[in-house]
Design a protein around this ligand. Structure first.
Ligand SMILES: [Zn+2]
Ligand SMILES: [Zn+2]
Length: 230
């Protein structure tokens, strides 16, 4: 080892990139510095850098112009745009739907909520946005659609409390019930043909057991079930 070092001490060499003379530190060095070596490497790997580097391109997501500083041609102005574009794709949406249901995600959320940093952040966000949300809800509940949705959720909650929503009910049936509540004509109310908590009978919270009744008639009927008059 010592002999080679002594030999190298007196040797001088020309850099293959910039042609300056320099003292080589090892036997098989070709370039004066790492930057010279990198320049040659990038020229070989990306032969078209001249057309790409320091030129302007349009971002695929936000469609603003940006200057490309890399040897590769970039498609987005920054990593935020890149991630946003990625989240638009259908593959990502599918993956995310499954990921939300997985236990891994739930465990992650629990960990975050229990940690001191996470609980602090959640409290801060709640303080900031809860009043705005409450006000929006108050306005929404006064609209026609809001009233109907409120009615639907009230009925669902009540039927669940009294255990009148069967366990075999499907999501499609629940959706149809929701539509039934939303399409209620003005002046009418949604009524259970067989009441959920009648005196002698108890019906189920399913689509077949629902009907529209004028508000006045519904007041009179109220929990009574007369099979011969229906
Ligand atoms: Zn050089
Ligand atoms: Zn962008």
């Amino acid at each position: 080892m010592e002999t080679t070092n002594k030999f190298l001490l007196n040797r001088k060499q020309n850099c293959k990139n910039c042609n300056t003379t320099y003292k080589p530190k090892s036997n098989n060095s070709k370039y004066c510095s790492i930057t010279c070596a990198n320049k040659v490497y990038y020229k070989r790997k990306f032969p078209n850098t001249k057309n790409i580097i320091n030129k302007k391109f349009y971002c695929l997501f936000c469609k603003t112009k940006f200057i490309n500083k890399s040897h590769n041609q970039k498609k987005y102005c920054n990593s935020v745009c890149k991630n946003k574009f990625k989240r638009q794709s259908n593959d990502y949406k599918k993956w995310y739907k499954n990921y939300i249901k997985s236990e891994k995600f739930k465990n992650c959320q629990k960990k975050y909520q229990l940690s001191t940093h996470g609980s602090k952040k959640i409290k801060e966000i709640r303080k900031k946005y809860q009043p705005i949300l409450n006000q929006k809800l108050r306005i929404y509940k006064k609209t026609e659609k809001g009233k109907r949705m409120n009615n639907y959720h009230c009925a669902l909650r009540y039927s669940r409390k009294k255990q009148r929503t069967p366990k075999w009910i499907t999501k499609r049936e629940l959706f149809k019930i929701k539509q039934f509540y939303l399409n209620r004509p003005i002046g009418y109310e949604v009524d259970h043909i067989i009441p959920l908590c009648g005196e002698n009978v108890s019906g189920l919270h399913v689509l077949k057991n629902l009907q529209y009744l004028p508000a006045e008639e519904n007041r009179i009927k109220n929990k009574k079930f007369e099979p011969y008059h229906v």
